[in-house]
Design a protein around this ligand. Structure first.
Ligand code: NAD
Length: 496
């Protein structure tokens, strides 16, 4: 499938039962680097079309669930190869619609394919039927497909957070209706269609829109499972919407991930300083698992801040995502830019010191796009909004702490618990990590630099329900089905 790269306009359509469906209205997707440039158009899927997509998935499920795992793996591997072949075009399209630099867009495909490959390699053992013979006969435990999965993804990693759902859902024998975010509808839809081209019609369907279409996906009785990645507030609506039909759910939500620097951390370790800067500003800070608040032991705090600014000024080069010198692109959308600006201005009003970081490579481009210069926020209170809320953008507060108990408390009092990181002597760091309420804690690194798709990923508390990645990220698309064949058919305590 050819995807127009560079300056051409890309058009995606609602995709139902292997066919593109014309829509009455379309929306334009602008380039965040230059909002006057239209990257492409995407449809407003109607409620009726969303129902049609769900029914197509329900129809396809009847035969798809009977395919063998080997057949499904074979199709998925062919899809992986097709994505590899189209990688360069996908990367350019993703970079234009999202604003992430080319290296970062490549990174997103890299993670997506790594996971899809892992899922292909792992699915047979993850879903291996267990047969146990015991004193009272035989029990069979099988992992059965669930039916129609509604996959709803966000804008920050549109391909990775769609394929994280598509691959295991299909390999486990389900069919799917994907709804990408209206902020990044193009590349995710193209990748979904590339995958769909290797599968029978109706196994993958793609709808577009926002909450209106989302509501159909989360209420329709044919949908048995919701796989959602997005904000915690949206998840509350989804939980309510899905309650009528008691749907299974995997929810990957917001975070306010802390990075904790212990007294034993070496502030002169330049590679480590570079890693924390990247953990704060990769993808312009728009990652669920980015380090969003930094706590540094008071004994090393001043020197840490000095070295941090040096490292940030070296690594952060804000510019055109297509320029290989750029490390940080624009914010994806105006709404998010204003959220981040609002938090920084609020911090300033409360007396915080705001330090701009990095170099702007092209001031004219910077002024025309949704760019924001990354900032470091110092001298704020531990309970200021910039510290306790998810900023999801290019700013980070750095705060001092005095002892382990205090920093563990500050970490755990958050309503979130997605990831965290502890930096310092390994055994000290692991000891602190064990006390933290987070789905993943990384030692001496953070964010995607410490991600391992072989292990379950998800959040404590309001950061989510369930896990993606790992064998668990495949089993989560199945129902456990127990078939009991007892030897003793009559129970002794039930009277004749
Ligand atoms: P969002 O919640 O605004 O939107 C996510 C998706 O939900 C979009 O496709 C949107 O159209 C859809 N949606 C909106 N309202 C809906 C409704 N009522 N019913 C059904 N669907 C609806 O989130 P976003 O701004 O796209 O993404 C940013 C958020 O996602 C951040 O909070 C971030 O932390 C979180 N996130 C979490 C993870 C994780 O793995 N935990 C990963 C990436 C992003």
């Amino acid at each position: 499938m050819a995807i127009q790269a560079d300056q051409e306009t890309v058009i995606v359509e609602t995709f139902i039962n292997g066919q593109h469906v014309k829509s009455l209205s379309q929306l334009a997707k602008e380039n965040p680097t230059n909002p006057s440039e239209i990257v492409g158009y995407f449809p407003v899927t109607t409620k009726e079309q969303a129902v049609e997509a769900i029914e197509a998935a329900a129809g396809a499920f009847k035969t798809w669930k009977q395919t063998s795992i080997d057949e499904r793996i074979m199709m998925m591997r062919k899809a992986i190869e097709k994505i590899r072949t189209a990688e360069s075009e996908i990367v350019h399209l993703l970079s234009r619609e999202h604003g992430k630099p080319l290296y970062d867009a490549h990174g997103e495909i890299y993670v997506s394919l790594m996971w899809m490959e892992f899922a292909c390699n792992e699915v047979t053992s993850a879903l291996q039927e267990e047969i146990k013979t015991h004193e009272n006969g035989k029990t069979i435990l099988s992992y059965d497909p669930m039916g129609v999965v509604a996959a709803i993804s966000p804008w920050n990693y549109p391909i990775a957070l769609s394929t994280i759902k598509i691959a295991p859902a299909l390999l486990a024998g389900n069919t799917i209706v994907l709804k990408p975010s209206p902020f990044t509808p193009l590349a995710a839809a193209k990748v979904a269609e590339i995958i769909a081209s290797e599968f029978p019609a109706g196994v993958i369907n793609v709808v577009h829109g926002d909450a209106d279409v989302g509501v159909e996906l989360t209420t329709n009785p044919h949908v048995t499972k919701i796989a959602f990645t997005g904000g915690t507030e949206t998840a509350k609506h989804i939980i309510k919407a899905a309650s009528e039909t008691i749907k299974d759910m995997t929810l990957e939500l917001g975070g306010n991930d802390a990075a904790i620097f212990l007294e034993s951390f070496d502030v002169h370790d330049e590679r480590a300083m570079r890693r924390i800067v990247i953990s704060n500003f990769l993808t312009t800070g728009q990652i669920c698992m980015i380090a969003k608040r930094v706590y540094v032991h008071r004994s090393i705090y001043d020197e840490f801040v000095e070295k941090y600014i040096e490292a940030a000024n070296r690594w952060i080069r804000i510019g055109d995502p297509f320029d290989s010198n750029t490390t940080v692109g624009p914010v994806n959308n105006l709404k998010q830019k204003n959220v981040v600006l609002g938090l920084v201005e609020d911090a300033q009003k409360r007396g915080a010191k705001v330090i701009p970081l990095g170099q702007i490579l092209d001031q004219k481009l910077f002024d025309q796009g949704y760019f924001l210069q990354p900032t470091l926020v110092l001298d704020c209170d531990v309970h200021d909004p910039i510290v306790v809320e998810e900023q999801f953008g290019p700013t980070v507060p750095i705060l001092p702490f005095d002892d382990e108990e205090q920093v563990v408390h500050l970490h755990n009092e958050s309503i979130y618990g997605l990831t965290s990181s502890v930096w310092g002597k390994e055994e000290d760091a692991i000891s602190v990590a064990r006390q933290l309420e987070a789905g993943t804690t990384m030692i001496n690194t953070a964010a995607v630099q410490g991600l391992d798709v072989r292990f379950p990923f998800g959040g404590f508390k309001q950061s989510g329900i369930g896990r993606e990645y790992g064998a668990e990220g495949i089993r989560t698309y199945t129902e456990k089905h127990v078939i009991n064949v007892p030897k003793t058919l009559d129970l002794p305590y039930i009277p004749e």
